[in-house]
Design a protein around this ligand. Structure first.
Ligand code: SAM
Ligand code: SF4
Length: 431
């Protein structure tokens, strides 16, 4: 979502003639877009601003703006502690980015822009063309969260749930497709909680699936509780909807889930997985896990291991519980950190074995890969298969934007290597 936001901030800044530079020393304005989901985020801000300070020691200082959830949560503190920062802008105030910059160009008064006005944000951003031109383009459709898991800052930094209208989203998807997108990734903190005037995520997916040049649709991140029947059904009916579902579960223990205020148990979760597999047998799952949540016992941890073995997640993202200021879990006694680290190591080793077993099962088989870019100074192309696995292929033909049948020959935990399938009958491979 921050990537989408950064692109939109850039679209806004273009209106006052700012252009992107990849050379820090060239910058007149430096924007640091931040995430606050786990600790160390604030320290990273000071570290990065320190880097800018050093770079500009003997030059004219650029305007320095911190955006994103760290700005929202700790903006005032940032402005007080680091004088080099000129403004903080929260995620619901990007529409006023230019006002902030123009005012800073005129005078040096610090600006704190951390109001919550998500309706005004999208009303104003909607009239600015989305210039993103990636084969796989990101699109925020929903922001915020009403669920209040005890460990999570999102309801405080992004505010309550807000869904954009289908009309404006279809328009933006068409814009992205005109820019060259073949795939859109619909984004939301709880993307399947999307609801605008009773229109649901499945309605949006049906609508955009009729856009001819759009070949693939993904969405992330889903909450298990918001998986309604119509969305499950969409996986049966819409071919463009990719069969990988990111479905965070956080823990395999009902006790821990209850302590987290997740509002679902493991039985419900496994049932949901079954219903999705019944709708479309090719569906695979990835998930997020918090290890060492307060009061997690060895038995609870073993339940989590049991769950990953049972489901066979093709990707598992795991983090040690990170206490976030202002959230209810921040005040609960933590699991011993050495023990948490040991559990994380065990978890990641087993999750990796499961992942590699799956990836090895792809060797020698054909995957449909959408190619996103050419690897610099080479004849190699980077793309993703239907399950979002990264695939690299050598080709003399320009593959960008194309979907090809690829025979996977080898690979590791991050990348698969393959060759273009020349034709179905002789199963020959392109060199
Ligand atoms: N809304 C999604 C859900 O609940 O299923 C997840 C979105 S959350 C922004 C992304 C992930 O960050 C969570 O699934 C969780 O695993 C992780 N996370 C959030 N707060 C955390 C914390 N305090 N410590 C460790 N991990 C955390
Ligand atoms: Fe955070 Fe997701 Fe829980 Fe919302 S549902 S509070 S975004 S973890």
């Amino acid at each position: 979502m921050n990537e989408y936001d950064s692109n939109r901030i850039y679209d806004v800044a273009k209106k006052i003639n700012y252009v992107k530079t990849s050379d820090l020393s060239d910058a007149d304005c430096y924007v640091l877009n931040t995430c606050h989901i786990r600790e160390k985020a604030t320290e990273k801000v000071y570290h990065d601003v320190g880097r800018v300070k050093k770079e500009f020691r003997n030059k004219k200082k650029p305007i320095v703006v911190v955006t994103g959830c760290v700005a929202q949560a700790e903006g005032e503190i940032l402005l007080k502690r680091e004088k080099y920062i000129d403004a903080v802008i929260g995620p619901q105030s990007y529409q006023d980015f230019n006002k902030t910059i123009l005012s800073l160009e005129k005078n040096k008064k610090k600006i704190d822009h951390t109001e919550f006005d998500v309706i005004e944000k999208f009303d104003k951003l909607n009239v600015i063309k989305n210039s993103q031109s990636n084969v796989s383009s990101l699109l925020t459709i929903q922001e915020g969260c009403n669920k209040f898991c005890k460990f999570c800052v999102v309801p405080y930094t992004r505010g309550s749930e807000y869904s954009r209208s289908i009309k404006e989203l279809v328009k933006e998807v068409k814009e992205l497709v005109l820019n060259g997108a073949k795939e859109v990734v619909l984004l939301g903190q709880n993307v399947n909680a999307y609801n605008h005037n009773e229109k649901k995520l499945s309605d949006l997916i049906y609508d955009i699936s009729t856009i001819k040049d759009l070949k693939r649709i993904r969405y992330t991140t889903s909450h298990p509780l918001d998986f309604s029947m119509d969305l499950i059904d969409a996986h049966k009916k819409i071919k463009k909807l990719m069969p990988l579902i990111h479905l965070p579960v956080q823990s395999g223990s009902d006790k821990v889930l209850k302590n987290m205020n997740r509002k679902h148990n493991i039985n419900y979760y496994l049932n949901l997985i079954e219903r999705l597999r019944e709708a479309n047998s090719s569906i695979k799952f990835s998930s997020d896990f918090i290890i060492g949540y307060p009061d997690e016992t060895e038995e609870d941890f073993n339940e989590t291991i049991k769950l990953i073995k049972k489901v066979g997640f093709i990707n598992s993202y795991s983090f040690i519980f990170s206490p976030r200021l202002g959230t209810p879990a921040a005040n609960i006694k933590r699991v011993d950190q050495v023990l948490s680290k040991e559990r994380l190591k065990t978890f990641q080793r087993i999750a990796e074995e499961i992942k590699m077993k799956y990836r090895r099962s792809l060797f020698g088989k054909v995957s449909k890969v959408l190619f996103e870019n050419r690897i610099k100074n080479s004849d190699r192309f980077f793309g993703r298969d239907e399950f979002n696995n990264s695939v690299i292929v050598e080709s003399t033909e320009d593959l960008v934007g194309k979907i090809k049948d690829i025979v996977i020959s080898e690979g590791n935990h991050s990348t698969l290597i393959g060759q273009i399938l020349i034709n179905e009958t002789n199963k020959g491979f392109a060199a």
